[in-house]
Write a new protein. Structure first.
Ligand SMILES: NC(=O)c1ccc[n+]([C@@H]2O[C@H](COP(=O)([O-])OP(=O)(O)OC[C@H]3O[C@@H](n4cnc5c(N)ncnc54)[C@H](OP(=O)(O)O)[C@@H]3O)[C@@H](O)[C@H]2O)c1
Length: 291
């Protein structure tokens, strides 16, 4: 089969809801062979029912990362065209209220697991022939896209654990992107601002499970924070649906020269523009608000 007609393969993590689920569905509609991962058996069954090749993968469980990766390679005859690292959660709580265990768990899911999977995928892509791609574009040996966040480059109160994990991703993968130069493997980071998904309610659960809310010196501030996390926000000018992320994912997967970073939403574009050129006291004023 010629390269032009071969169905391209992608592994997408965190497909039980939100961005991962939306992107997996859209990729399938756009003709990709999608390997979609989730953690709960019910989610895996639902994904299979929708025609996905669904695999169990928990970033906090190294064996599950290796098992899912091996299953993908067995199914494709040893190749993989693209990886979208997406599954993650946001642990709320002031930095002084985070136990080491809670912070480590955040990094296992949002950082070390992503590194582990990427480290498995890169050698496979390196061995693949260069694809001519569609039209005259040189598609390269593979594409790796990571779902970072506006909080991967802007600090935000009560989000220290999540901030740290996403800043770490930016540092690691912007470096690796440079190291992959000339290899035919393109690496990009998507940096969404607020996107409608289950992210906030999943974060709320982590807040309740892992932080001593009433015993904290920040107990009064946390009341506000709890109310914010409980509020169900829809799409508006500043908060978009997951299709906005898919648009950037499409560019990162298809463009001859994908970008290093893709801000999504007005807040993310705005902060990306002003970072580095705004004095710290103004940044503080902007990020701390009125209190
Ligand atoms: N929504 C936003 O405002 C926003 C903004 C910026 C960046 N992001 C990023 O976008 C990505 C997707 O989030 P979302 O908004 O779609 O939230 P979501 O609806 O909560 O979806 C998160 C997905 O990640 C999975 N996940 C959580 N922990 C995992 C682990 N240890 N191993 C593997 N998968 C895990 C969840 O699976 P389970 O159902 O099994 O928990 C779920 O499928 C994340 O990387 C997030 O940091 C989101």
């Amino acid at each position: 089969m010629g390269a032009m007609s071969r169905v391209r393969t992608i592994l997408v993590t965190g497909c039980s809801s939100g961005i991962g689920r939306h992107c997996a569905l859209r990729l399938k509609d756009d003709g990709w062979r999608v390997f979609a991962t989730a953690r709960a058996e019910t989610d895996l069954a639902a994904l299979r029912g929708e025609g996905f090749e669904a695999l169990h993968l928990d970033y906090a469980d190294t064996a599950s990362i290796h098992a899912a990766f091996n299953e993908v390679l067995a199914a494709t005859g040893g190749r993989l065209d693209a990886l979208f690292n997406n599954g993650a959660y946001g642990q709320p709580g002031a930095v002084e209220d985070l136990t080491g265990e809670v912070l480590r768990a955040q990094f296992e899911a949002n950082f070390f697991g992503w590194h582990e999977l990427t480290r498995l995928v890169v050698p496979v892509m390196r061995k693949q022939e260069v694809e001519p791609g569609w039209g005259q574009l040189n598609w390269g040996r593979g594409r790796i896209v990571h779902c970072s966040s506006i909080l991967g480059f802007v600090p935000f109160r009560w989000r220290g654990a999540y901030n740290a994990s996403k800043f770490a991703l930016e540092g690691l993968f912007l470096t690796q992107r440079m190291e992959l130069r000339g290899s035919g493997i393109h690496m990009s980071l998507i940096e969404p601002g607020p996107i409608v998904s289950r992210f906030t309610e999943n974060g709320l659960q982590k807040f309740l499970d892992n932080i001593d809310i009433e015993g904290s010196v920040h107990a009064r501030r946390y009341e506000k924070e709890l109310a914010r996390l409980k509020a169900k926000g829809g799409v508006n000018r500043f908060r978009l649906g997951p299709e906005a992320v898919y648009k950037k994912l499409g560019h990162a997967l298809e463009a001859p020269r994908p970008r290093a970073q893709y801000p999504v939403t007005i807040p993310s574009h705005f902060m990306a523009r002003i970072r580095g050129i705004t004095p710290q006291f103004l940044m503080d004023r902007l990020l701390l608000g009125s209190d």
